[in-house]
Design a protein around this ligand. Structure first.
Ligand SMILES: Nc1ncnc2c1ncn2[C@@H]1O[C@H](COP(=O)(O)OP(=O)(O)OP(=O)(O)O)[C@@H](O)[C@H]1O
Length: 263
């Protein structure tokens, strides 16, 4: 391709998420309480002393990238490297200490911990979840059976009519993913959701992520399962101690990560 052709192809791409030199700092109150924190808290209360200083955890340190419409981007890195923090920040759930995050469209974070109501049946949660995502009651009725079938919750009995507290953690995660995946998202952020399902469900969710991408959204996937990343994302970002190590084609980045070879 000529330089002009590359420039033209670049301008044809629509940016959906711009992360510009982002720093995220958690402020942990009372973390320096020292030994025997319950006892020290009690003596502090009795002595009416001020609580100890705030400890800061600098979780993301100057990360920048742009994601485009139709892209699926994997985020990899060792435990505590800052992947989930980055995702929550893109979702708008964490403030940035420095830098900015700009999104074109509404980002939706689909985490294993996304809130559904444990006391309600799966059926009620599907309806509530869909309404919360902005579907009309008629749309919910039209999509309901598809969502239940996708989740596979009824494969081993009529579980959809039982409260969610009777579900295994994998079943809950599957239902959560199925609800969120029923809608086309501008920016869909998935945190480890695929790791919880069994083989057949993982395959179905990977196919659905591919469809969501074709429906023109942008998908971010945080996972320790490198095969999920390989199968789902064509671009991957490797993060360690809050800094970006690599950003490029998935195969290149995952191979370097697996070998522990930093560029
Ligand atoms: N709520 C919090 N308060 C204080 N520090 C936090 C909080 N959540 C995460 N951290 C810290 O921020 C850093 C990044 O954590 P994060 O959960 O983003 O990592 P991760 O890459 O998603 O890890 P994992 O692969 O283990 O899920 C870690 O040092 C962690 O201890």
């Amino acid at each position: 391709m000529t330089r002009d052709a590359v420039a033209a192809a670049d301008t044809a791409r629509v940016p959906t998420v711009i992360v510009d030199d982002v720093h995220i700092v958690y402020k942990v109150h009372g973390a320096s309480a020292g030994k025997g924190s319950a006892t020290s808290a009690l003596s502090r209360l009795i002595a009416r002393k001020r609580s100890p200083a705030i400890t800061e955890v600098h979780a993301v340190r100057g990360i920048s990238f742009t994601a485009y419409k139709g892209e699926a981007v994997g985020l990899i890195g060792s435990n505590g490297s800052g992947k989930s923090t980055m995702l929550a920040a893109i979702a708008g759930l964490l403030p940035t200490e420095k830098g900015g995050i700009y999104t074109n469209g509404q980002p939706s974070l689909l985490g294993v911990n996304a809130a559904l109501m444990n006391e309600l049946t799966g059926e009620r949660n599907v309806v509530l979840g869909c309404l919360a995502m902005g579907m009309t009651p008629a749309e919910v009725r039209a999509r309901y059976q598809e969502i239940v079938d996708f989740s596979g919750i009824n494969d081993k009995g009529e579980f959809i009519n039982l409260p969610m507290r009777t579900y295994s953690s994998g079943m809950s995660a599957r239902l959560r993913f199925s609800i969120a995946a029923a809608k086309t998202h501008d920016v869909l952020l998935i945190d480890e959701a695929l790791a919880t399902g069994d083989q057949a469900f993982q395959k179905r969710s990977e196919d659905r992520i591919r469809e969501l991408r074709q429906e023109a959204g942008t998908v971010f996937l945080v996972s320790h399962n490198n095969n999920s990343i390989r199968d789902t994302c064509e671009r991957t970002i490797w993060i360690e101690t809050g800094e970006m190590i690599m950003d490029g084609p998935t195969e290149e980045v995952v191979r370097a990560y697996e070998k522990g070879e930093r560029p």
